[in-house]
Structure formats: C-alpha cells, structure tokens
Ligand binder design. Structure first.
Ligand code: NDP
Length: 241
C-alpha cells in the first residue's frame, strides 16, 4: 500500500487562493487529490479542477454564500484554510484608524466570517480540520506592525479557543505561523531591510510558499495529524523558536 495523507476527495476551502501562499496550498491540495474551492478578489487565475469564487472575507454575507456554494458544488466541507491576510504597516504614532480597521477586519474578522458558516456543519458531522494562517509577527511582534501583530496574535487565541470547543465534536483547529515567505507581501520591504532580516534567520533564507503549503496539508490530514489540535506550527527557519 502507498502511504497517503488521506486528503483524496476531501472538500477543502482555501481563502485567498489566487496567489502567494494560498495558491501554493491550492496547488498542493490538488496534487494530493483533494476537491478544492478557493476564494479570490481581483486576480482570478483559472485553475483546472477547482471551484473559484469571488469573495471578500470582510463581507459576512459573502462568506455565508461561499460556504453554501462550496457545499452545493463539491459537498460537505472537510477542511478550511483561513489564509487571507493583509499588511498596512506604519509606526504606531503614524498608524491611522483606517490602517487599524482594515487589518483587523481582514485578518481577524475575516477568519470569523470564513469559519462561522462552516463550523456548525463540521460539528454536526463530527469531523473537520481548520487551519488558520497566523504569522511570526503575532508571536514575537515586529516593527511597524502593531495592527498586523495584534490581528495575528488574535488569530492564535481564536484558534486555540476554537480547538478546545471543537474537540468534543472531533473537529480540529490549528494555526500555522510562517516567518518571512517569498510572496507579494515582501515586495514593499526595501533591500536593505531584507538583508537585515536575512541576517536574523538561522536558515539564511526566506521561506517558499510551498514550504507553508506542506505544513497546511499535514494539519488538514485526517491521517497524519489526527491527534494534533490547538497548536501553532512555525515555518520560519528558526527565526523565532
Ligand atoms: P499575498 O499578499 O501574496 O496574498 C494575499 C491574498 O489574500 C490574496 O489572495 C488576496 O486576494 C487575498 N485577500 C486580501 N484581502 C482580502 C479580502 N479582504 N478578501 C478576500 N481576499 C483577500 O499574501 P501571502 O500569500 O504572503 O499571505 C498569505 C497569508 O500568510 C496571510 O494571512 C499573511 O498574513 C500570512 N503570512 C505571510 C507571510 C509572508 O512573509 N508572505 C509571513 C507570515 C504570515 P487578491 O489577490 O484578490 O488581492
């Protein structure tokens, strides 16, 4: 018998699956045989074998419709990856209330909006796995990211609490905390700052989206991670241990 993560034919929803880490997760899950649905806002890149849905995670009604569409087209949802996240960085004195609200609404309320319509169905079926993408910034803090770090620390608290509540229904919830990963999110960082950050990373390089995707697939797996819930898995090259 060939070993498998057991994701074949599992229905998995990934938010923000059109680029970056989300796209790497979508691609890997497809390779692993899952039935994948993903959300996008602007940059729709057609993906064979997926259900792609235009949706904004800050819109509660939108995310209720997403869950309904995935169930109608693919069947009951076995796994969710709450991946969407944005930065609007500034040092705290210069941070505006709009910066604060945009990041909180997307990164934290977005997780609520994504999961609210799905969790009760998972409880009813006594099965499911939730993976929330947090960040190294949510654990160790980062200059210019008071809003982002707060949203990502909030995601960790949310995930741990959900794991406690969900365990009796055989539903698992875990968080993945990437360090600095080569996606569009790193584009605003100057070369000088990037070199400074690299010097702090023991593996001496930034991570790749695929390296986060494998961790997510592991945590979604009903075979490989069935006794893992309420954890934060770091994918950061020992940048924070
Ligand atoms: P990208 O900037 O490459 O992609 C962000 C994704 O989120 C896009 O698909 C984007 O859609 C989507 N998105 C943003 N806002 C919304 C919204 N309101 N509603 C729906 N979709 C939205 O980010 P990454 O791939 O780098 O990041 C993915 C996750 O990983 C995020 O949660 C991020 O915080 C986290 N992370 C990333 C790190 C990194 O170094 N890259 C480090 C640590 C954590 P669209 O293309 O339509 O805008």
């Amino acid at each position: 018998m060939i070993a498998s993560l057991g994701l074949e034919s599992q229905v998995i929803l990934v938010t923000g699956g059109n680029r970056g880490i989300g796209a790497a997760i979508v691609n890997l899950l497809l390779e692993l045989g899952a039935k994948v649905a993903y959300t996008y806002r602007h940059d729709y890149t057609p993906q064979m074998g997926t259900v792609a849905i235009s949706a904004d995670v800050t819109d509660e009604a939108n995310m209720i419709a997403v869950a309904a569409q995935v169930e109608a087209e693919l069947g009951p949802i076995d796994g969710v990856v709450a991946n969407v996240g944005i930065t609007q960085d500034n040092f705290f004195p210069k941070l505006t209330s709009a910066d604060w609200d945009a990041v909180m609404n997307t990164n934290l309320k977005g997780v609520y909006n994504t999961l609210k319509p799905i969790i009760p169905q998972m409880y009813a079926r006594r099965s499911g796995s939730v993976v929330c993408i947090t960040s190294i910034s949510g654990e160790k803090g980062n200059l210019g990211q008071t809003n982002y770090a707060a949203s990502k620390a909030g995601t960790i608290g949310f995930t741990k609490s959900l794991a406690l509540e969900a365990a009796r229904y055989n539903v698992r919830a875990n968080a993945v905390a990437p360090g600095f990963i080569e996606t569009d999110m790193l584009k605003p960082i100057s070369e000088k700052v990037k070199q400074k950050i690299l010097a702090e990373i023991p593996l001496s390089r930034f991570g790749k989206p695929e390296e986060v995707a494998w961790t997510v697939a592991f945590l979604l797996s009903p075979v490989a991670s069935s006794y893992i819930t309420g954890t934060v898995v770091r994918v950061n090259g020992a940048h924070h241990t």
